[in-house]
Ligand binder design. Structure first.
Ligand SMILES: Nc1ncnc2c1ncn2[C@@H]1O[C@H](COP(=O)(O)OP(=O)(O)OP(=O)(O)O)[C@@H](O)[C@H]1O
Ligand SMILES: [Mg+2]
Length: 223
């Protein structure tokens, strides 16, 4: 594991508010099985719980990573694992800065695989009106509109938040964004709604980059 993202016990302790060590977190994760109600589990432990169409996510006060996982499915498709794999692929291309560091953290007795991912500061939809206005002002300093549009045309499933893309272009540059567009096409990152794009230290990042590849609702009714 790379040094900057070392998850050694010391670092966790240092950043801990509630002083949970890696061992203690893993002991808690051991309690989760297929029947666990995550919202209740999180409330009981004083953790935050978030979820989307596929993934479950715990945020622990003082722990610098989001803990993400999926409950095993019949086809064994795992969007959290997918994120870890895509992060590595992005790193090979030198464009990991727009993703969030994601890696396997713990596998419990029930076979649930827990991944950790750097925590975002905010998603695109979490930005206040004032914050958006400030970003818009920054983005407009240089008129990159035609160039940003070019990048968006290259993407099969472009991000929906144009302000996020404009800032990404401004910060990371043309070549980086071309590589990014290519990678999103290659790995089917097709679900970039404003809840899946966001910011960390004012840097535009994706917090959900597994794409959505489950059977559609309609398919359940087709047989
Ligand atoms: N790195 C992170 N830092 C902080 N919160 C996160 C992070 N990753 C995920 N979350 C929270 O967990 C929720 C679910 O995670 P994620 O978006 O990855 O799951 P999903 O099921 O694939 O979502 P979708 O419905 O977009 O397909 C997010 O909407 C967000 O609130
Ligand atoms: Mg999401």
């Amino acid at each position: 594991m790379e040094k900057a993202h070392s998850i050694q016990r010391t670092r966790i302790k240092k950043e801990s508010v509630n002083k949970m060590t890696k061992k203690e977190i893993c002991e808690k994760l051991e309690e989760i099985d297929l029947y666990t109600l995550c919202r209740k589990f999180a409330r009981t432990n004083g953790w935050e719980y978030h979820s989307g169409a596929c993934k479950e996510c715990f945020l622990i006060n003082g722990f610098p990573y989001a803990i993400k996982f999926v409950f095993p499915t019949e086809d064994e498709w795992d969007e959290a694992a997918q994120e870890a794999m895509i992060y590595e692929a992005a790193k090979k291309q030198g464009i990991e800065r727009i993703f969030l560091f994601t890696t396997l953290f713990y596998v419990n007795q029930a076979g649930i695989k827990f991944y950790i991912q750097e925590k975002i500061d905010t998603s695109s939809c979490g930005l206040s009106y004032e914050a958006k206005a400030r970003l818009k002002e920054k983005a407009n300093k240089k008129n990159n509109k035609p160039k940003v549009r070019e990048i968006l045309y290259e993407m099969k499933s472009p991000p929906r938040d144009d302000l996020w893309t404009a800032r990404a272009y401004q910060i990371y540059g043309k070549k980086f964004m071309q590589k990014f567009a290519e990678l999103t096409n290659t790995y089917g990152i097709n679900d970039l709604h404003p809840g899946n794009t966001g910011y960390l230290n004012n840097r535009p990042v994706l917090l959900d980059f597994a794409g959505y590849h489950r059977e559609s609702f309609d398919n359940y009714y087709s047989s």
